[in-house]
Design a binder for this molecule. Sequence first.
Ligand SMILES: Cc1cc2nc3c(=O)[nH]c(=O)nc-3n(C[C@H](O)[C@H](O)[C@H](O)COP(=O)(O)OP(=O)(O)OC[C@H]3O[C@@H](n4cnc5c(N)ncnc54)[C@H](O)[C@@H]3O)c2cc1C
Length: 470
Amino acid sequence: MHLAVVGGGVAGLAAALRLRGRAPGAEVTLFEKAARLGGEIHTERIDGFVIEAGADSFLTRKARAVGLCAELGLADRLIARQAQHAGTFVRHGGALHPLPEGLTGMIPTRIDALADSALLSPIGRRALADERSMPAQNHPREESIAEFVIRRFGREVYERIVEPLMAGIYGGNGARLSLDATFPQIRDLERRFGSVIRGLAESPDQGAVDAAPPFVSFAGGMGELIEHLEAQLRGVSLQTSVEVVGLTPRPGGGYVLVRGDGAGADADAVILATPATATARITRAVDRELSEQHAAIAYGSSVTVSLAFRERDLPRPVAGYGYVVPRVEGSDVVACTVASNKWAGRAPQGHALFRVYLRAHDGGDITGQTGDALVDAARRELKAIYGVVATPVLVRLSRWPVAVPQYTIGHGGRVARIRERLAAHPGLFVAGAAYAGVGIPDCIASGEAAADALLARLGATNRVPRGASA
Ligand SMILES: Cc1cc2nc3c(=O)[nH]c(=O)nc-3n(C[C@H](O)[C@H](O)[C@H](O)COP(=O)(O)OP(=O)(O)OC[C@H]3O[C@@H](n4cnc5c(N)ncnc54)[C@H](O)[C@@H]3O)c2cc1C
């Protein structure tokens, strides 16, 4: 039996690992367009700096990533953020305002701390306080993140707190993103508790969540996860620099994968762990609607600029992990991370490492700008906020033209339709960030679920004990 995985991001690698572990007799091939594996997880280690081109951490609340780390023998490589530098800020009106931490990724859990914040006017603080006593409303139609948050918390809380936190995850526009598809747990809190704030305080699992660090990375950067996955994929044929451009159904079942160089590769079943844009192209000849539903999933583009400085060149010590920037500030900067404060070991002694995260404020494709323009924008930001005027000792720029899928209004329906169409193609499965969560734990879970579904469909499961699959 020959099984193929297309796409060597974390979802495709997790799928391949599951196939290898649970169907040891199968021949598994993974095709990756780029020369390296990892997709949006890419760590560069240069002159003692550990630089994240893409993702820099993951949430522990979603258990699957931590579980995979344990299976890979990586649990002791996980690191929490450096407590001595704790602090996240919002840039508002040219100044940084402290932000209480938010385990939901969007609404700060310890929201009471905002009661005295200069980030909100008295009207904004009142709207926040009033949320506790607002009745739950069952909205007849799907709401955007902006609609929901403004309805419950008022415009200031949305624009100054929720929008920049949300944009740090999706890089998109909260007026278009669906609340149900992005943060269903927030809607659920309204339904269950009547109030999001009361729900956050009363959630029974809150104590357990508080015990674990909310975000973790690896001592050597996120790339450790990819390196370990690759090392565990012995026996899987890893074909990098091979683009898959189409699929041709075989008469007796299965597919011929059409490679970019025109060559074909046979597979009895295929998992497409590619961005929706690529999946749309690959599936065009198999199922028109399946392809069109994928094409309708839009992506945001983003750029990260990492800049390193000698500490003695900074005008003053820099406090905290970094900050987020509300869209209403009118900037292309979404966030700035002080990587060397946030994580141990990111910069050699006597150096500081910053990362500026950019997206086009007008919704365009920021990756088309020149490198000089992007680096200048990042340096202007560091000058305005931290007073840094020195020449950086190191600059790394990463362009992400197809960065994060935008779960816009209607996303849930599109994914449901994709699942329905897939049911008509017994050898075809999909995985990755395009469907039910863009975070790394979601992508891992989606890759593993696709592999399980494939094996169940083919009746090929040769189950090994849990934990031994790696
Ligand atoms: C700048 C940035 C920061 C982020 N930060 C975080 C974070 O801190 N925490 C977090 O949890 N998430 C973060 N994310 C999101 C998260 O990293 C991604 O959602 C996740 O890694 C996506 O994994 P994936 O396997 O679904 O897709 P990808 O990583 O996109 O992998 C898909 C792979 O498919 C390959 N491919 C595409 N087309 C073809 C083809 N035709 N043939 C063969 N191969 C193909 C691509 O080259 C790529 O390697 C971030 C994303 C970005 C861009």
